[in-house]
Ligand binder design. Structure first.
Ligand SMILES: Nc1ncnc2c1ncn2[C@@H]1O[C@H](COP(=O)(O)OP(=O)(O)OP(=O)(O)O)[C@@H](O)[C@H]1O
Length: 255
């Protein structure tokens, strides 16, 4: 995916300004930055929640900026939401089956795909439960399963590690690494849990106040003076960062 100079304003506020980055096919990249840096706004522009005010986004050389979310899903981009929003009154299996129906109209086929994903994500024994009755870690897994069920080539993960214990984070990291190795799926993740970012990403883009302030390997980015300034600088700020947000060293442990 090629993101070129995208920008988005909300009334007077520049949420994202002139942001450019690439995510090569098959890669795992991360988008990090303190709370309010513009990460989710970038995801929303990529996923078609709203069009960028400026700039272009292309998947495999095909322009996608400004398409509707369903068109973007059909073009091969799946996403999770920071605030998980499954259909609470439906079972886990039905939730994933609905995702799979984006790919096939054949319900038994969609159900079979859903069951396979639930097995892969360790949710098999919960497939008959209502989504509303899941624990948070299981809801996160369900969210990933729903996104994957749409059959994406590019998976956008918005804070899927938030609220997970370190062992649960490690399980999710292992699952995503294996998925990427097995299927070649491209992954772009927004994540505050640095343990996961470091373990997963080959390349990191750092946003601050809507602008890209650094990008590079995890090794380089965690030593970048501008990045250290943003993260460490906030520790002295009068308002502490929200949970897991900026204010921690980017190479910190799970938050
Ligand atoms: N729909 C919207 N309407 C108005 N302002 C918005 C909207 N979405 C985001 N913003 C504002 O844009 C800025 C960037 O927000 P965004 O959610 O993209 O940041 P983020 O980096 O994802 O933060 P977080 O880590 O807290 O999720 C913030 O100041 C936010 O308040």
């Amino acid at each position: 995916m090629a993101v070129r100079s995208i920008g988005k304003r909300f009334r007077g506020l520049r949420a994202v300004s002139d942001v450019t980055f690439d995510v090569p096919a098959g890669a795992i990249h991360a988008l990090i930055g303190p709370n309010g840096a513009g990460k989710t706004t970038c995801f929303n522009m990529i996923a078609g929640v709203f069009a960028p005010d400026s700039g272009t986004i292309a998947l495999d050389d095909r322009p996608i900026a400004g398409l509707r979310p369903d068109q973007i899903c059909a073009s091969g981009i799946g996403r999770t939401f920071q605030i998980v929003k499954p259909f609470m009154g439906l079972t886990v299996e039905d939730n994933v089956t609905i995702g799979a129906l984006a790919r096939t109209r054949h319900v038994p086929e969609a159900r079979e795909a859903a069951r396979r994903l639930l097995r892969d994500l360790g949710l098999d024994d919960r497939r008959a439960k209502l989504a509303a009755n899941l624990t948070l870690p299981d809801r996160k897994r369900l969210e990933v399963a729903r996104a994957l069920a749409t059959g994406p080539r590019l998976l956008l993960l918005d804070e899927v590690m938030a609220g997970l214990r370190p062992t649960e984070t490690d399980q999710m990291v292992a699952f995503l690494k294996d998925l990427n190795a097995r299927t070649g799926i491209t992954i772009l993740l927004i994540e505050h849990v640095m343990r996961a970012v470091m373990a997963l990403s080959q390349h990191i883009v750092v946003l601050h106040h809507g602008e890209k302030i650094a990008e590079g390997t995890p090794h380089d980015v965690t030593r970048d003076p501008a990045v250290l300034e943003v993260y460490l600088g906030q520790e002295d700020a009068s308002s502490p960062p929200r949970s897991g947000g900026g204010g921690r060293r980017p190479e910190g442990e799970a938050t």
